[in-house]
Design a protein around this ligand. Structure first.
Ligand SMILES: Cc1cc2nc3c(=O)[nH]c(=O)nc-3n(C[C@H](O)[C@H](O)[C@H](O)COP(=O)(O)OP(=O)(O)OC[C@H]3O[C@@H](n4cnc5c(N)ncnc54)[C@H](O)[C@@H]3O)c2cc1C
Length: 463
């Protein structure tokens, strides 16, 4: 077969970074394409990037081309899922292959209260450990102050202590090294591109294939830089050094689950909370602090994971402040474990049609399908991503195009302006910019305020 000239046979870590395609997962720095001293480091914008000798960073290799989740030469989600779940009962264009799709939560109300959504990720991880299906679970917990990172838990209590979503950059190098060093069967929790990276690494390194036996996927809107937590901290009048606990999503059963509130516990014991909608960068969809690679992703629901979990952002579930999961089960082993727990009353799950699961992620899917198709028509430097969505701008209303353009602008400039504000200690610089750009974004997207009415007159939503 003649090689496709648009698909490089070899890529280097630097090329992936400079092409805005590095998500910072660590698959290069700690995978089979690693160097002795390669590692992951948070850059000045608060995002993980590979670091190591120039001879490694600049060297294109076939191995990296096959194992980096954003490499155009790597297997895509359809290929991976077809190999992993060849006998799946169903397929949906938004969800990929599946055995069953559900909505609900864990029956144990303490566990549900301690999870960000319905507590099902933590429940599943504990169940896998208790049934002896795995020896350990790699997931994300707090490190120090504002930080979060991957760690390996070997007991239910350790797993429980790591519950909750962390919209913070994390990377896999530490846990990959530990999995290599210590024999056992591991489950790994991760966002879609991390789970994809794990499968690509498993295909290249038998020891990882043997030891990583199950993957638990989290649906993903996009990844944030470390600066979002910092910005929230600024807006809650706290100093990063004074923070003992940072919680992206405090639960309040009396309020709808989708009214996110961030919470802080200071070293003095004082607690603070603030609603996301009152933060200048708390509108998730606007793209503040988003990793650039996420704009080249077409997997919202972790299509290659054995089981994947999200938030049920559809009514009546979104109004239930206790939190409700949507769940996509893909592997038969996990399917029977879930089915049994439903019959025993330990999980309160009911079937939800794939269409309704997709509906619960409508905004994320729009951005990753229609929006991605449009973004793929834009000129870009370096390596071009190869996606399951073909480039397409025709048929998209001008107003939607403006929304996608503005999101990309907010993504790019939020990193830079926050960096300038941080270095110069002129916080207002970032805050004022963010307030203004958020006003423009909400006017364009939701027709909000006088600016929204003006936008409706000039460029109606449907045109
Ligand atoms: C960056 C990010 C973006 C997300 N975007 C969406 C979205 O657009 N739509 C949607 O429906 N859901 C999204 N989710 C998933 C959602 O926030 C919940 O994690 C999910 O619904 C599971 O809730 P739970 O109560 O079952 O999990 P819990 O019981 O609270 O357990 C969460 C588990 O995930 C682990 N974890 C937390 N953060 C990370 C991380 N960054 N990487 C890997 N593991 C982690 C924890 O250690 C814990 O084991 C996102 C999650 C993340 C981390």
């Amino acid at each position: 077969m003649t090689p496709d000239p648009d698909i490089p046979e070899r890529v280097s870590p630097r090329e992936m970074i400079e092409s805005d395609l590095c998500i910072g997962c660590g698959a290069c720095a700690a995978g089979p394409a690693r160097a002795v001293s390669s590692r992951m480091r948070l850059d000045r914008l608060g995002q993980y990037k590979p670091d190591g000798p120039a001879s490694w960073l600049n060297a294109p290799t076939r191995l990296l081309a096959k194992t980096c989740p954003f490499s155009p030469a790597a297997a895509n989600e359809d290929d991976i899922a077809a190999a992993r779940f060849p006998h799946a009962l169903g397929w949906d264009p938004a969800l990929g292959r599946f055995e069953a799709t559900y909505v609900g939560a864990v029956a144990d109300q303490t566990l549900r209260a301690s999870g960000s959504s319905g507590g099902l990720v933590t429940w599943t991880a504990i169940e896998l450990l208790e049934r002896g299906l795995v020896d350990a679970v790699a997931h994300v917990g707090p490190t120090a102050g504002l930080g979060f990172g991957y760690r390996i838990s070997r007991s239910p209590d350790e797993v429980r202590a790591g519950a909750k979503s962390r919209y913070y950059p994390v990377e896999l190098s530490g846990v990959l090294n530990e999995i290599r060093a210590r024999r056992g069967r591991y489950a790994v929790v991760g966002v879609p591109c991390f789970i994809k990276a794990l499968h690509l690494l498993r295909a290249a390194e038998p020891v990882l294939a043997e030891r990583i036996v199950l993957t638990l996927g989290l649906f993903c809107g996009h990844s944030k830089s470390a600066r979002m937590a910092e910005s929230f901290t600024w807006q809650m009048d706290a100093r990063a050094d004074d923070i003992e606990v940072f919680d992206y999503r405090l639960k309040d059963p009396a309020r709808p689950a989708n009214w996110y509130a961030a919470g802080l516990t200071l070293t003095t014991g004082e607690r603070r909370r603030k609603d996301w909608w009152r933060m200048v960068d708390g509108d998730w969809g606007a793209g503040f602090f988003q990793n650039a690679a996420c704009d080249a992703c077409d997997d919202v629901v972790a299509e290659t994971a054995d089981i994947a979990f999200g938030d049920a952002w559809i009514e009546p579930y979104a109004s239930d402040g206790r939190g409700t999961n949507v769940v996509i089960v893909r592997s038969p082993v996990v399917a029977s474990l879930i089915q049994e727990a439903i019959e025993q009353g330990r999980l309160v799950l009911e079937p939800l049609t794939p269409e309704r699961v997709a509906e619960s992620q409508a905004a994320g899917l729009r951005h990753r399908r229609e929006g991605l198709a449009y973004r793929l028509t834009w000129p870009r430097r370096g390596i071009r991503p190869r996606k399951r969505v073909p480039p397409r701008a025709e048929g998209l209303p001008t107003r939607r195009k403006l929304v996608y353009r503005l999101r990309a602008h907010i993504r790019r400039w939020s990193h830079r302006l926050f960096w300038i504000a941080r270095v110069t200690r002129l916080r207002w610089l970032y805050i004022l910019w963010a307030q203004a750009i958020l006003g423009l974004y909400q006017a364009l997207t939701y027709s909000r305020g006088p600016l929204g009415r003006l936008a409706d007159r000039l460029v109606p939503q449907s045109r």
